[in-house]
Ligand binder design. Structure first.
Ligand code: HEC
Length: 150
């Protein structure tokens, strides 16, 4: 008798403690879930911002893809680029665009590197006019005169 009274099960009434406790528990659960989601979202945001940092320096990209008469870029500009060459150039120019210019303003850098990157992507996709777009975007002197330190 005494035990039943303490638990509040008189005449089959629902236990008020359970009624009160259940919504509290779910609010707590929701809070925990929201906190977890916030953490996940914060994690995503920080990992995506680190993904926009270049993994190659401008010097490396220039040496690897642009320098000299036999370079990857020279081969492509002569119309002798292979599918592999286009892919590599799309990667190098994507990396180039992620770099900050050592000289000159960012708007000019973004415009030049984006044009180059898009042309390389269009070469990969086999789009008409991609080679001409590439040749005009890969103007060494136009970029160096503004962005290459002496
Ligand atoms: C969109 C801009 C841009 C284009 C296009 C470009 N370059 Fe460069 N290049 C640079 C910048 C910026 C530097 C200077 C990097 C530094 O000193 O940090 C550089 C540096 C170089 C260097 C020196 C690398 C080193 O080891 O310091 C060479 C060689 C070079 N470029 C060759 C070329 C050639 C050849 C072309 C054309 C086929 C070309 N670049 C097109 C931006 C460009």
């Amino acid at each position: 008798m005494k035990r039943r009274g303490r638990l509040g099960f008189h005449r089959g009434e629902p236990n008020p403690k359970i009624l009160v406790k259940t919504p509290r528990l779910s609010v707590t659960t929701a809070r925990v879930a929201i906190a977890a989601l916030t953490l996940v979202a914060a994690g995503c945001a920080s990992s995506s911002s680190s993904a926009t940092k270049p993994s190659l320096s401008i010097e490396h990209i220039m040496e690897d893809g642009f320098k000299g008469k036999e370079s990857l870029s020279a081969r492509i500009a002569k119309g002798q680029g292979s599918a592999e060459d286009f892919k590599k150039m799309a990667f190098l120019t994507k990396e180039l665009a992620l770099n900050q210019p050592p000289k000159g303003d960012l708007a000019s850098w973004t415009e030049k590197t984006k044009a180059l990157k898009l042309a390389a992507e269009d070469l990969v996709a086999g789009k008409a006019g991609a080679l001409d777009a590439y040749k005009s975007a890969v103007n060494c002197k136009a970029c160096h005169s503004v962005h290459k330190p002496d």
